[in-house]
Design a protein around this ligand. Sequence first.
Ligand SMILES: *Cc1c(COP(=O)(O)O)cnc(C)c1O
Length: 345
Amino acid sequence: MDLSRIPRRRYTPFATPLEFMPNFSRALAQGCPGGKGPNVWIKRDDMLGLFPGGNKTRKLEFLVADAMAQGADTLVTCGAPQSNHCRITLAAAVKEGLRCRFVIEERVPNSYNEDASGNHFMFRLLGVEAITVVPGGTSMAEAMQRVAAEVEALGRKAYIIPGGGSNALGGLGYVACAQELQQQFFEQGVSIDRLVVGSGSSGTHGGLLAGFLGNHIDIPIVGIGVSRDPADQEPLVHKEAQAVADLLGMQMKIPRESVVSIGGYWQPKYSVPNPAMVEAVQMLARTEGIPLDPVYTGKIMAGLIGQARKGFFKPGENLLFLHTGGLPSLHAYEREVLGKAPVAR
Ligand SMILES: *Cc1c(COP(=O)(O)O)cnc(C)c1O
């Protein structure tokens, strides 16, 4: 697969680190059957560009290139009140001299707060042009069309980026990541047995899966749902992986059984803290000095920890955790993460 033929902006001038986590692996083993657990590695996609970057940075390299090719001057996208995707889209817009508007979906009633910290603070700092807040369950596609029409009425040209940047083009960012990983495995002499990734709007999981299959990287991927259980999540990921494969002309049917996700760890609700997330965030911070976030990576790591303790992974297997970023929202949940505020059970 030759991604070099597809227009792309570059927002990260290096490969993100691939590192072994010895202290975390030792701490994890203590709670695993027989005191033996997996060797856990980490891919630091929290260090991507458009600081503080995250998985959306990779997707936006292709999406923003497309927007600019079409002559757009305004990016329109959507997300939750603490959306990393909105923040990174806005940062890309600033860097490219474009303007940016959001539709924010209040999935948890009254969770939108004009003065909130974390990503919301970043929206204002980076200079978002306009934010439209809509109640949970609203059609985001229609709401973004309305915002685009407002932009066009001003004589400007809008480019709509779907939630999470998860369409076929955005998924290419994680095909690029698959190729970057393949190179790192080769150069560092690392043999990974399985990869754990968050699974939300599915561009990351689906793009990575298409990239692994297309590049003959024979590593199973386990997605940890951040908002859905497997019955709802897996068809979404399958569709995304197929769309990416089709865009690249891979001429292959993505095997349905290659899409594996695990539910439960996101409960009680998307973005709402739970005790396993708090434990995971504290554990990685205090063993490796690496921050996770409460909405995504904390719950994804809680899934890795929980599955390891259940004996889901083989003792001594090389397990790769993909850190997808999310740092700013940590600041919106400081008391919960330090155990100073109660969290749902
Ligand atoms: C958006 C996001 C995810 C989920 O990725 P999708 O491609 O939407 O499935 C995971 N982690 C972080 C930090 C995110 O911002």
